[in-house]
Design a protein around this ligand. Structure first.
Ligand SMILES: [Fe+2]
Length: 382
């Protein structure tokens, strides 16, 4: 099979990189920009830094601060209509995963005469998105360097999306220094799950593997530090890179059944995406280790675990148990602690069966296996 790998978009990376927004916007030929953000990010002053930089570069700005959690379709429509009315020629998303996904959707919607519903269900689009720059303020999604926008179809209660490639991304670890502990941990585990799923998908490549191993090492070493010392810049720097590398990794490879299940948890239980990703990860490792024993053994080595076996089942169980311990040390709640009963989790079966990502796992995931995986997720992390 011919596999492709590449660098999707250029990244400007450093402490204070957000202050180069104006310079980058100028390079891209922007004259009037719409900032896409939410009220929390706005209150922290992050989007204002971009606006100040754009002003210095004599670029006009308008602000859309109506982004909501999980990037609902109606916010993409509202932001897109504003961008069309204001005749902007560039979009800049400043925020967490929902902001970046919304900005990606808005960029596509603005460039095309199409309904949001058709767009997120992959109707063909005539035009490429309006040029856009993404500036993450969390370390988890990696969305600033992936080609997919995950948008919530609020009518059908499902996560769908569209393809939208950023023109540029700005990675500024300083923006994550004020993140609360719980968000730090959930987003960090989202990035961790991107790595383990990327390594074990049906289409990994040497480049995506390399990025995933590096990101795992940074997360294992630095997520506990950021959890204990949220203001530790070195930890934030490593986690920002980990999130970005993990995003680049799964963009070339792909996430799979873990994300199919995490999406079902998000849609049914309205829990943060990163909690769902954390909960599924040990089970995904056990599922895929027999097919990828060497890769999971390498993950073990990175985590400092000694596995004295070549048996994929043993390797998978050992690493999965270590990930569960890692999660406990970071106070990640179990399904039970989230108030879920086993039947609630089993009720996600139909959603997972209809989620196309299930089919991208490096091992077949049959219909019969799905409830068993859900049960295992519930039972093995208490
Ligand atoms: Fe994710």
């Amino acid at each position: 099979m011919i596999r492709r790998y590449g660098q999707l978009c250029t990244v400007a990376y450093s402490a204070g990189a957000i202050n180069s927004t104006g310079e980058i916007a100028k390079e891209l030929g922007f004259t009037k920009v719409m900032i896409v953000t939410d009220k929390q990010v706005e209150a922290l002053g992050h989007s204002q830094k971009s606006i100040d930089s754009l002003k210095k570069a004599n670029i006009e700005t308008v602000i859309f601060n109506g982004v909501e959690m999980d990037a609902p379709d109606y916010t993409v429509e509202a932001g897109g209509n504003m961008a069309k009315k204001e005749h902007v020629d560039g979009i800049i998303g400043v925020g967490g995963g929902s902001v970046l996904d919304t900005a990606k959707g808005i960029a596509c919607f603005t460039a095309n005469e199409i309904t949001v519903s058709d767009m997120i269900h992959h109707a063909p689009m005539k035009n490429p998105p309006v040029k856009f720059v993404l500036i993450p303020t969390t370390s988890g999604t990696g969305s600033e360097c992936t080609f997919v926008a995950v948008i919530t179809d609020t009518k059908n209660h499902e996560k769908v999306g569209c393809f939208s490639v950023p023109s540029f991304s700005i990675l500024d670890p300083e923006l994550t220094l004020s993140l609360p502990k719980d968000i730090t941990v959930y987003t960090g585990m989202d990035a961790f799950s991107h790595c383990t799923e990327s390594l074990t998908s049906m289409q990994p490549n040497p480049h995506s593997d390399l990025l995933a191993y590096d990101a795992i090492e940074r997360i294992v070493n630095w997520l506990p530090v950021a959890y204990k010392e949220p203001g530790n810049y070195e930890a934030r720097d490593n986690l920002a890179l980990a999130s970005n590398f993990a995003g680049k990794s799964f963009n070339d490879s792909t996430v799979h059944v873990g994300h199919a299940i995490a999406h079902s948890f998000g849609a049914n239980f309205h829990i943060p995406h990163g909690i769902g990703c954390a909960l599924v990860t040990p089970t995904v490792i056990e599922l895929t280790a027999p097919k990828f024993p060497e890769k999971i053994k390498k993950v073990a080595k990175i985590m400092g675990i000694i596995v004295d076996s070549e048996d994929g089942v043993v390797i998978g169980k050992t690493v999965a148990d270590s990930v569960r311990k890692f999660m406990k040390s970071l106070n990640i709640p179990s399904c039970k602690e989230l108030g879920l009963k086993k039947e609630d989790v089993l009720n996600c079966t139909d959603y997972v069966l209809s989620e196309p990502l299930r089919n991208f796992a490096g091992v077949p995931v049959t219909d019969e296996m799905v409830p068993k995986l859900l049960e295992k997720i519930y039972d093995t992390y208490q």
